[in-house]
Design a protein around this ligand. Structure first.
Ligand code: IVH
Length: 670
């Protein structure tokens, strides 16, 4: 029980912090998906353990604290939030709940709308005149933003037409067009002012200006998606009817509103806008499905967070459309040419992205890329940006096709293609400055010789000033060599020389890896180091011998053999082995050390082993397996659906690895 309480408290702390950044500072620090995930976790725990619910839990509140700058107003009706789902299953649960409530299998109509990603506002009209506008705030008290809202052109300050109620509340969304957001950010960028991370934050920031003249310049938009009448009205039967009436009063409503009564039509509507939304000039983050009958809405009512008659069916925000500006052809360490696309910055899951790798020539051909094309950017696995497709109907008539170069953009050597044209390489190796820089950087990098302090900028300067032309030169650097290098004073030069000196003491597998032989990464370097006793034996190995090593195939063996049979490389390696102090160190013992004699705990479900099998494997490797996490635990191995042990270990800062990492360790021991 203590654990549950702890878990609930940790979730509350996190959610409250995220609420503050989102609602109060307009500067979200986690994606909506992550936020919703945590909130759902908290809901689930609290509904299981009701005794832990407290009035200040984020599940009991609607928004976050208010900013003090604006006067507070009390909402006539609480401004609630919406229940969320990301899949059809969640929607069907919602629909079933409603049908159960009415004990009916009869057809229920739903009104489907787009979910605009903006700022919720409440507008109060008296005798058709706008008298008050307020933000949602914490749902009960909002901020009075009337004078700012009055500057928004699409919000009528006076309603037109007939049947205007004495008092009316309109609820809706204030938002900024993506194009206006780009322009605003461009101006802010030029004026060296703070710029906004997305249109929603820009809209929020614009609404909260003390000076309404600034708000007026920001071109904000409005759509109505809700209302409240203060007196009983029998004229309107459905939500849709009222929206149409609002339109007739001059209040903008969404262009895409449809009435459906079965889930397959609703799913079609959801899917239709999943792709289409990327072409809109405004952000939507889902659709909203509402029971259409006002009578049914009233019967269903609300809980303290959201109405029971509506649900948001949300999209994962992973894609954006933007304009391609340029393609640069970058030369890698092994001479491979990689096209990189540069485009107008886009924000995906709160991160600004302005370039994406196109991997190879095939990718450019697949996309049929032209300069100034509009392209869809996705963050695959929510991390690596990728161009998904080109919006063909937005291509300029005279757009120029992007052609892969025939010569190296750095050293002008003719490029070589492999058979399938897939990989295109500059064959010049150290004679090409781009490759030279990367080869040198790799040699001294963390997992290679680990000369920290000798970064890419310094290496580049040393190459440009022709102070170093090969790897050996680094080991003969003196303070004099740094005299003409900008930003490197005496103290720093001594540090660099020291770091290079210290890197001389290394191990055989690090040295092999540092050479940067094509397809020889850390794992192959270890295998070579384990097999050959000396670097000299490796240099003289035949392809047959290399192929006999477990895990080394024909291609890799051939690459290693070719490397050592180029005279320049052989001479370089021979010289380096004289300068360096290379120790043979068996990496297997390193892996074994991380398990053997360690106190290990496991949690979750594993794909490759049952829990007992995993325990047996660990015991055979010399681990002590215990069932509880404590201060003595040294390693936690977690599978899917891990339990509380994961959080406990996390709190105690215990090293944690998942099944994949564990398998990697095991493979290197066997
Ligand atoms: S109905 C009780 N309809 O989404 C709230 N909301 O995440 C009923 N939103 O606070 C709201 N588009 O600001 C509704 N077509 C739409 C919407 C919409 C955007 C916002 C609204 C709400 C938030 C919930």
């Amino acid at each position: 029980m203590k654990k549950i309480k702890y878990q609930i408290n940790e979730l509350r702390k996190k959610i409250s912090k995220y609420n503050y950044f989102y609602h109060t500072l307009d500067n979200p620090i986690v994606s909506d998906t992550e936020y919703d995930y945590l909130l759902n976790q908290l809901y689930n725990l609290e509904s299981k353990y009701k005794e832990f619910i407290t009035p200040d839990s984020p599940t009991q509140k609607i928004g976050a604290n208010l900013l003090d700058r604006f006067k507070k107003v009390t909402h006539f009706f609480p401004m609630l939030s919406l229940e969320n789902t990301f899949d059809l299953h969640g929607y069907l649960k919602f629909e079933n709940r409603i049908k159960k409530f009415f004990i009916t299998n009869a057809i229920i109509e739903f009104c489907c709308e787009l979910k605009i990603d903006g700022i919720a506002v409440s507008l109060i009209y008296e005798e058709g005149i706008l008298i008050r506008a307020a933000t949602r705030g914490d749902g009960y008290f909002g901020e009075n933003i009337t004078s700012n809202v009055k500057t928004i052109k699409s919000i009528p300050t006076k309603l037109k037409g007939s049947n205007i109620p004495k008092r009316l509340e309109i609820r809706g969304e204030i938002f900024m067009l993506k194009s206006d957001f780009s322009n605003l950010n461009f101006q802010s960028f030029q004026g060296k002012k703070k710029y906004f991370s997305n249109p929603r934050n820009a809209a929020a920031g614009s609404l909260r200006q003390i000076d309404s003249k600034i708000t007026a310049k920001r071109k904000l938009q409005f759509v109505c998606h809700g209302f409240h009448f203060f007196e009983k009205t029998k004229i309107f039967k459905t939500h849709y009817d009222v929206l149409i009436q609002c339109k007739n009063w001059g209040i903008p409503i969404n262009a895409e509103i449809s009435i459906f009564s079965n889930y397959s039509e609703i799913l079609k509507f959801y899917k239709k806008f999943e792709k289409k939304r990327l072409l809109f000039d405004f952000d939507i983050d889902g659709i909203v499905i509402k029971v259409n009958s006002l009578y049914f809405q009233k019967k269903l009512g609300s809980n303290n967070k959201s109405p029971k008659w509506a649900i948001a069916f949300k999209y994962f925000t992973k894609e954006e459309i933007t304009k391609l500006n340029d393609i640069k052809f970058e030369v890698g360490r092994t001479g491979i040419i990689t096209p990189v696309a540069y485009f107008n910055p886009v924000y995906i899951s709160g991160v600004m992205i302005k370039k994406a790798s196109l991997y190879n020539k095939n990718e450019i051909d697949r996309l049929n890329l032209h300069f100034n094309d509009y392209i869809t950017i996705q963050r695959s696995g929510d991390v690596i940006p990728k161009i998904i497709n080109v919006i063909n109907n937005k291509r300029l008539q005279n757009a120029k096709k992007i052609i892969f170069p025939v010569c190296c953009p750095i050293c002008n050597s003719e490029l070589l293609k492999n058979r399938k044209d897939k990989i295109i390489r500059c064959p010049s190796g150290l004679r090409c400055n781009a490759q030279k820089k990367k080869i040198f950087c790799h040699f001294f990098s963390k997992n290679a010789l680990n000369a920290t302090g000798l970064g890419p900028e310094i290496i580049n300067e040393l190459i440009q000033k022709k102070i170093v032309s090969n790897l050996v030169d680094f080991f003969y650097l003196t303070q004099d060599h740094f005299k003409n290098i900008e930003n490197i004073r005496e103290k720093k030069s001594i540090k660099i020389i020291k770091t290079i000196y210290e890197s001389k003491k290394t191990t055989m597998h690090r040295f092999i890896y540092a050479l940067g032989i094509l397809s020889v990464g850390e794992v192959i370097a270890e295998k070579l180091s384990n097999y050959f006793n000396t670097v000299n034996n490796l240099i003289n190995a035949s392809t047959k011998e290399l192929e006999s090593i477990d895990g080394i195939g024909k291609v890799v063996a051939n690459n290693i053999f070719t490397y050592f049979n180029i005279l320049e490389n052989r001479q370089l390696v021979e010289k380096l082995t004289q300068i360096l102090n290379i120790k043979k160190y068996n990496q297997v013992s390193y892996y074994l050390n991380s398990i053997s004699n360690k106190n290990v705990v496991i949690t979750g479900i594993f794909q490759k082993y049952s829990r007992n099998q995993l325990k047996e494997v660990l015991i055979k490797l010399g681990a002590r397996v215990s069932s509880k996490v404590s201060k003595k635990t040294e390693l936690l191995i977690f599978g899917e659906k891990f339990g509380n042990k994961f959080f406990e270990a996390n709190k105690l800062n215990i090293k944690m690895i998942d099944e994949k990492e564990f398998n990697f360790l095991i493979n290197n021991i066997n």
